[in-house]
Ligand binder design. Structure first.
Ligand code: FAD
Ligand code: FES
Ligand code: FES
Length: 1364
């Protein structure tokens, strides 16, 4: 048991360290100081809390922690990231997980029910985290939250599937202030009885609030408010009361803790400052810990070992928040959330002029991490880390804050914040000192403090550059003179940088344009960065320093406007530079028909697993219990991009704790190669490694941490060989994968270029960066043997179980019939688990087979991102001939994709890019060719769209350029060149049932294109520094697998005597709703309710030889295969059914059974009429096309590159949708994922463009610096429509495929951004075409908006560096 030493005279000693989880008391044993709360929860079987990243960046691990605050006499409820919370940090608290809220047996909590029933869960891996964030918000607010609060509280939760809109809609119902608006009367509102606490999350009485006694003791502010009740999410099935805050914890006194952990770690929790100081003198290297949001990253990701942690969360002196005559004093242990609340109160109570610094801090906190981090992260932790990108340090420095420091003897000294930061993560703090508090003085009249921050993503992102600026103006001789100033930048050097020269140049000067000009010039001497400074983006970061100062100048001038003798008023059009960003709540609308066919087809049914996912009960691979014999695997990875392996020393690993085995190429029992097209990839590298992250071997140990520790101890010696690290290098060196050249042609391109019909010819290059899949569930596989190793079974997170079966059999030298792969569900795949997952199964199978023990391999997020491949980067070179009107006549196109070190699927991906590089345009003469580049990177792979988006993006680039050349809008050029019914595509396929023009016309009307265009133009005229842009983009996506043989599907349908039906098919459920749609097809066919159909899992021993679940074709194929099986069964039942003696399906089935009718059928489907011959370049590769179109409107801040999407309007032709709600979910999810690709997500590799990253290494390997869209990136107005009355006779039930086609439509955001940039450039006098590479991140946006602030650092056609 945990030893609790009673060191505090005034504290009653409890016996054990304890924790309540979901209302149940747990004794915390000693020895667990190395564990996080997440590890502990999962170890005790609460696997609903997920591990998505382990670094506080995804929110999948969100739980609610509650404690009783003895000062305020209130329960505090907070969402936190369990992955960063040390287990002992929650000692004496109550932890609530999704399982504790509601479950399948006892009913769902309204938060869960609402999320499930409003389609807010697709793969479900992020879902428990969202539930807990929302729930914690409801529990922590006294009144129902506003919609804005809800959106803000979800900023720390990522979802890669849904596009967030349905999640927001599901939670919006809790943002209510007026019962009548939300109640249908089914559940009457409950008036609280005297003293009864009404929980905002259910609207029902509950005891999580303070008891009557504590209310009386406190100020009574906990009084219940009027209860709310819910309509369709009334929680009527939620029979139990909310789990209460354990009353024992209200009575329990916090005590001193001294506990240990693995590796000699000590965790000490003193309760008084004197004990902290004692400990600091005893253990000078001890680390004070509050939120562990920095230390957690250091220990877990950077592998730094700290032996002693002193948790100061409960030390009163470190948690003070006081207001005094001169300013505010903030204890170093105060959490960021608390600070914000406190300062908000302060500014309400003090004179406006006194609180300029306080306001700046509040504003900056708005963009500081997500709620879960802010709830635990402390002021002192932020300061003492001294990160050069700390958001608060520049503000402390600018606002004349003083830090109070105390040493072990109790001596106190004060130092100015601006003197505290000595170097990179180095502060003026001795090993015998700690930071006690921060003092921020009131600002004086005409003293102004302002914050600035620019990040990749606005929410929950660390700064690229931030700043704190202060100026104090005094009237002197009829002029407003700067009497004091302080300008500080973060993100431009190793430490928050005081702009000393600029500060000097400001003081004593009049606040006018001359001062501005001089300061901007001086700043360039203050901020010095070398070309290869860590972090890169040097030109952007330097120009931001000027932009921020310019904004500050305008802002102060605006504050001063109207003051006597102040002459620097800001022109109205310049106000756009200082308007702070405000986002309205997301408004989504979905427009579709419900052409119901039978009992279920066509109906917007809820995802079949949604109700399991919202409660955390849905199981994923890593949730499968393993038993005591189970082992965990960790990979031994190459650290060089290209090298010969000279020697491997594994002695360190063998003596590592918990070690169970280590395996290399020589140990493979079977065949050491895999690959879906050609087997060119070694499972374990034998002699040469060809990328960083290539697997050299695998270690297994008793725990995941021990396996990783052992893997780190393996010493590999390399002989480094030259590496190819970009497409450009590969093309120069002719480094292509063998036989990967492909070409398509039509007409005579050269002749056309020469003809006089061709009025203009343009040539250009398009660079398109890659994209990480960022499925929330990392690659995972669990392999075990049976019958002494005669059979091998596995559960894997894969889109291709059959490939797992094949490669595991191959690598072990077993027949496929002895290997089984099962898949329950995936926490997202998006193509990333189509072929790359096989590899990990093959790796894990080796130790499992040789040792005859179960082995689990679950990749950490950084390893997953580093080794498992991404969407291909592409390089396109075009030459296009067209008429003066903009009619395209000829296209000559070369395309290269970055295949990486094995071919994987890169060739079919290149082929798809070539097929689709016309998008929807009729081009009479075409020559397109391409090759797959061999580079020394991990093999790139499938990702939603499979090369199509890249091919089309090249097209839309030159379309947009033609528009500029002929001075028309890109939309006019697009429409002018549309294909139409009967057009013959470059590969010979005829266009049939083309709904393109219908979609386009409908979209134009729906988004009111011309009106918006004129409004945007008007806005742009009136606003110098903010610009809006719009774009409409069409798409056409060919449906079918590239390889004819893959277009086959099998299914097994079994009917049981109770009338229920079990369907199994070869497809995998990864959130896309495949099972739900297929079950709907079976239900409609048998005319039974959907609830009578069940799909349990995908398994290679039920349906053999299945193609991967990919190419958007699975509903078409498996739907048809299931239909085939159902029809066979119906035919067998028909003779009995015609007797019409049966009143129900159950009775009919029973009768059939008695008549010995076989009630199990295998269904099969092949996609007809497809085929293609690359030798002739002709054929019919696609069964049909899915068409769509989208409109987007964006607004950019031209000074910083910040942008947001004001509106998106998307329309698709999906035939007669089998499930319109699921299809809308696919469209929204794909669109937002596409927005990430075009505007947010940038992979940075160690290449020529990023010399500060080691060669071949991935810098952006976690949510910390790779930013996928968050909830606040959703378009403000997000409309999705399905084309009505457009049946598709080429697929099951007249439906169409949906998964991939909408992805490219997000390029409307890219081209809207470009449209806005054009407007900005025009104002600076740049009228010609300019390049904009994909993604259009803030860096690219800002640098393209070339103006006086970029001019010192770059030319107007500057192209920021990009890894391609
Ligand atoms: C996902 C994520 C997002 C983040 N986003 C941001 C962001 O937007 N902006 C930003 O600025 N930061 C951000 N951070 C960084 C981090 O959250 C902050 O720096 C935070 O304030 C650290 O506080 P903590 O209590 O968690 O520190 P801890 O990890 O507990 O401690 C950090 C360091 O400070 C020391 N320390 C703590 N208190 C004292 C004291 N009183 N005296 C001496 N030393 C002390 C510790 O010993 C340790 O070395 C982010 C971190 C994560 C994981
Ligand atoms: S797993 Fe904790 S935030 Fe990602
Ligand atoms: S449902 Fe959110 S990540 Fe899949």
């Amino acid at each position: 048991m945990g030893s609790l030493i009673n060191k505090e005279n005034d504290v009653k000693e409890p016996k054990d360290a304890i924790l309540y989880i979901n209302g149940v008391l747990k004794l915390l044993p000693n020895g667990l100081a190395h564990l996080t709360l997440l590890e502990y929860l999962r170890d005790v079987g609460l696997t609903g809390t997920k591990l998505g990243c382990g670094e506080g960046g995804c929110g999948a691990c969100t739980v609610m922690v509650s404690y009783f605050d003895h000062n305020s006499k209130k329960c505090v409820h907070q969402a936190i990231n369990a992955c960063l919370a040390p287990l002992y940090s929650v000692e004496g608290m109550h932890v609530l997980t999704a399982e504790g809220l509601g479950n399948r047996k006892f009913g769902l909590h309204p938060v869960q029910e609402s999320l499930a029933s409003r389609h807010g869960s697709q793969c479900g891996f992020c879902t428990p985290g969202f539930v807990m964030s929302m729930y914690a918000l409801l529990r922590s607010t006294k009144t129902p939250p506003t919609e804005e609060q809800i959106e803000e509280s979800l900023a720390g939760n990522l979802c890669r599937c849904t596009g967030y809109r349905p999640i927001l809609d599901a939670f919006r119902v809790f943002a209510k202030s007026n019962d009548l608006l939300y109640t249908n009367g089914s559940v009457p509102s409950q008036e609280p009885k005297d003293g009864e606490f009404i929980c905002p999350s259910t609207g029902k009485p509950c005891s999580c609030g303070p008891t009557q006694e504590t209310i009386n003791q406190a100020d009574g502010s906990c009084k219940g408010y009027k209860a709310v009740s819910y309509n369709e999410i009334d929680g009527s099935s939620y029979t139990n009361k909310e789990i209460i805050f354990p009353p024992q914890l209200i009575l329990r006194k916090t005590s001193y803790l001294s506990l240990n952990g693995f590796g000699g770690i000590k965790w000490i929790r003193p309760l008084l400052l004197k004990h902290v100081l004692d400990l600091k003198s005893r253990y000078p290297d001890a680390k004070l810990v509050v939120g562990n949001t920095e230390l957690g990253i250091e220990t877990r990701l950077k592998k730094i070992h700290y032996p002693v942690f002193v948790a100061v969360t409960h030390v009163p002196e470190l948690n003070i928040l006081t207001v005094n005559d001169d300013g505010v004093e903030i204890g170093a242990g105060v959490r960021i959330t608390e600070l914000r609340k406190f300062l908000k109160k302060v500014i309400e109570e003090r004179s406006v002029y006194e609180t300029s610094a306080c306001k700046a801090i509040i504003e900056q906190i708005k963009w500081f991490a997500g709620t879960q981090i802010r709830n635990v992260a402390s002021v002192g932790g932020n300061i003492c880390t001294a990160s050069p990108i700390s958001d608060l340090n520049p503000l402390w420095m600018a606002s004349r804050a003083k830090f109070r420091i105390v040493d072990c003897k109790g001596n106190v000294r004060d130092t100015l914040a601006e003197k505290f930061f000595l170097g990179y993560r180095k502060v003026d703090l001795g090993s015998n000192e700690i930071l006690l508090s921060v003092f921020v003085p009131w600002t004086r009249k005409f003293e102004f403090v302002k914050e600035f921050k620019q990040a990749h993503r606005r929410d929950d992102d660390i700064a690229l550059v931030n700043a704190g600026m202060r100026v104090y103006l005094e009237k002197h001789k009829q002029k407003w003179i700067v009497s004091d100033a302080c300008i500080v930048y973060g993100g431009v050097g190793p430490v928050s940088l005081l702009a000393v020269k600029t500060n000097g140049c400001l003081v004593g000067k009049e606040w006018n344009k001359e001062l501005l000009q001089n300061s901007l010039e001086t700043l360039q001497r203050d901020v010095l960065m070398s070309d290869d400074a860590p972090g890169g983006m040097v030109e952007f970061r330097k120009s931001l320093t000027l932009s921020f100062f310019f904004k500050f100048f305008l802002w102060v001038s605006h504050q001063m406007d109207g003051q006597d003798l102040f002459n620097e008023s800001v022109p109205v059009s310049h106000l756009s530079a200082i308007e702070s960003f405000h986002r309205p709540s997301v408004m989504g609308s979905q427009d579709y028909d419900v052409p119901k066919q039978g009992t279920a087809v066509g109906s917007p049914e809820v995802h079949m697993s949604a109700r399991l996912q919202v409660t955390g009960e849905a199981e994923y691979t890593d949730d499968t219990p393993m038993g005591p014999a189970g082992l965990h695997a960790a990979l031994i990875l190459s650290k060089k991009p290209h090298a010969r392996l000279l020697s491997i020393n594994d002695s360190g690993a063998r003596s590592s704790p918990g070690f169970a085995g280590i395996f290399f190429a020589k140990d493979i029992p079977g065949y050491n190669s895999t690959g879906p097209v050609v087997e060119d990839e070694e499972v374990f590298a034998s002699e040469i490694v060809t990328c960083v992250g290539q697997v050299i071997g695998v270690v297994v140990a008793d725990t995941h941490e021990n396996a990783k520790l052992a893997a780190r101890k393996v010493n590999v010696e390399y002989e480094v060989l030259p590496a190819i690290l970009s497409i450009e290098d590969a093309v120069k060196a002719k480094s292509f994968h063998p036989n990967s050249y492909r070409a398509l042609s039509k007409g005579d391109v050269d002749l056309c270029f020469k003809s006089d019909k061709c009025h203009k010819i343009i040539e250009g290059e398009v660079h398109i960066g890659g994209q990480e899949h960022f499925y929330l569930e990392p690659q995972s596989t669990f392999v075990w043997t049976m019958d002494g190793g005669n059979e091998v079974h596995m559960i894997s997170s894969t889109q291709a179980p059959q490939k797992h079966q094949k490669y595991v059999a191959q690598v072990l030298g077993l027949p496929m019939s002895k290997v089984v792969c099962k898949v329950k569900r995936l926490g997202g795949g998006f193509g990333g688990k189509e072929t790359r997952s096989d590899f990990f199964a093959a790796v894990a199978a080796v130790p499992a087979y040789i040792l005859n023990r179960p082995v689990k391999l679950v990749l950490d997020r950084d390893i997953d991102m580093m080794v498992s491949g991404q969407r291909h980067s592409f390089f396109g070179k075009y030459k296009v001939g067209f008429t003066n009107e903009g009619k395209v006549l000829a296209l000559d196109l070369e395309i290269y994709n970055n295949g990486g070190n094995s071919l994987d699927l890169s060739l079919p991906i290149l082929e798809r890019a070539l097929y689709h590089s016309d998008n929807v345009y009729e081009i009479p003469h075409v020559r397109v060719n391409g090759s797959v580049c061999f580079t020394n990177y991990p093999s790139n792979t499938a990702f939603r769209g499979f090369g199509v988006p890249q091919g089309m993006l090249v097209t839309e680039n030159w379309i947009q350029r033609i528009a500029m050349e002929v001075k028309k809008s890109p939309e006019e050029i697009r429409e002018l060149n549309f294909i139409s019914e009967g057009s013959i595509l470059r590969y010979g396929q005829r266009v049939e049932d083309c709904t393109l023009q219908r979609l386009w016309d409908q979209l134009k009307k729906s988004c009111n294109f011309l009106k918006v265009r004129s409004e945007v133009d008007k806005f742009n005229l009136c606003n110098r520094w903010k610009k809006r842009g719009i774009a409409m983009i069409p798409t056409k996506f060919g449906i079918s697998f590239n390889r004819k043989f893959m277009n086959q599907a099998g299914a097994l349908v079994q009917v049981y005597t109770d009338g229920t039906v079990l369907v199994t098919h070869g497809g995998v459920e990864m959130g896309q709703g495949l099972r739900t749609k297929v079950a709907q097809i079976a239900a409609s066919e048998f005319e039974i309710p959907l609830s009578s159909v069940f799909i349990s899992e995908t398994s290679t021993d039920k349906v053999p030889n299945a193609s991967p679940t990919a190419a958007s074709a699975s509903s078409d194929m498996y739907g048809a295969a299931v239909l085939d099986a159902c029809k066979q069964l119906k035919a067998r039942m028909e003779p009995i059914a015609t007797l019409k003696k049966h009143t129900s399906f159950e009775k009919l089935v029973n009768a059939c059974y008695l008549e010995r009718v076989d009630l199990s059928a295998h269904g099969f489907y092949i996609v007809p009429d497809i085929g293609f011959n690359w030798t002739t370049g002709k054929g019919h590769p696609f069964r049909y096309f899915t068409y769509g179109a989208a409109f987007a409107e964006v607004e950019i801040d031209t000074l910083t590159g910040d942008f947001h999407t004001r509106a998106a309007d998307v329309i698709l032709d999906l035939g007669f949708s089998i499930n319109p709600a699921i299809d809308v979910g696919q469209i929204e999810g794909a669109f937002v994922q596409g927005m990430g690709w075009v505007a947010l997500e940038e992979l940075k590799w160690g290449d020529d463009a990023h010399k500060w990253v080691p060669p071949g290494c991935l810098f952006t390997c976690g949510p910390g610096n790779y930013k996928i869209p968050s909830v606040n990136d959703v378009p403000f107005k997000f409309k999705v429509s399905l084309l009505k009355d457009a049946p598709n006779d080429k697929a099951v039930h007249s439906s169409k495929a949906v998964g991939e086609p909408p992805f490219f439509l997000a390029s409307s955001v890219f081209f809207a951004i470009k449209d806005a940039i054009i407007a900005a450039r025009v104002e600076s006098g740049s009228h010609g075409w300019f390049p904009l590479d994909n993604p259009a991140t803030p860096e690219r946006i800002r640098m393209a908006c070339a103006d006086d602030f970029t001019a010192p650092f770059s030319k107007p056609d500057f192209r920021p560096k990009l890894s391609v």
